[in-house]
Design a protein around this ligand. Structure first.
Ligand code: FES
Ligand code: FES
Length: 170
């Protein structure tokens, strides 16, 4: 099959690259664009290690064809920091010790950005007067697609809670 020309934005930079029609976004990011922060775990949509943001919404890059991203804006873990200043969620994951081996962490953080952008936490705040228990349940539910084999879930929820409570919107 002939390669396709793909024009899209990755971490704020316009890119124009030739991709195989059957290549996943995950493989293109890692192998063609050398953005290895996005991890390949199961490669079958079951672990969330490959989570990136497409136009601000989280997706599993292993289940997504790169060729479908024409004109879209992709953000990977490499694109979250502002120069040397880490994203609030990156800082919170460090402060709350929310990882052990770190393999799932880029996907967890990108997914958490998507979670906050989706407004679930805001809905809890207005509905239940910001009950911490409810908020923790909602975080667990909407982050359930991101597995952590090290079992750092409690600290991951703590880190996300911290950011949710600090700000309304990322
Ligand atoms: S590598 Fe994509 S969900 Fe596991
Ligand atoms: S920190 Fe090791 S898999 Fe999550």
């Amino acid at each position: 099959m002939d390669p396709l020309l793909l024009n899209f934005s990755v971490n704020g930079q316009s890119r124009s690259i030739s991709v195989d029609a059957s290549a996943t976004l995950l493989d293109v990011l890692r192998e063609q664009l050398a953005l290895s922060g996005t991890k390949k775990g199961c490669d079958h949509g079951q672990c969330g290690a490959c989570t990136v943001l497409v136009d601000g919404r989280r997706i599993n890059a292993c289940l997504t064809l790169a060729a479908m991203q024409e004109g879209r804006s992709i953000t990977t873990i490499e694109g979250l920091a502002d120069g040397d200043v880490l994203h609030d969620l990156q800082k919170a994951f460090i402060e709350h010790d929310a990882f052990q081996c770190g393999y799932c962490t880029p996907g967890q953080i990108c997914s958490a950005v998507g979670f906050i952008n989706e407004g679930h936490a805001d809905a809890v705040k207005s509905r239940d007067a910001g009950s911490d228990d409810t908020l923790r349940d909602v975080i667990r539910e909407f982050m359930s697609g991101n597995l952590c084999r090290c079992g750092a879930y409690t600290n991951i929820v703590d880190a996300i809670m911290h950011v949710v409570q600090e700000r309304e919107r990322i």
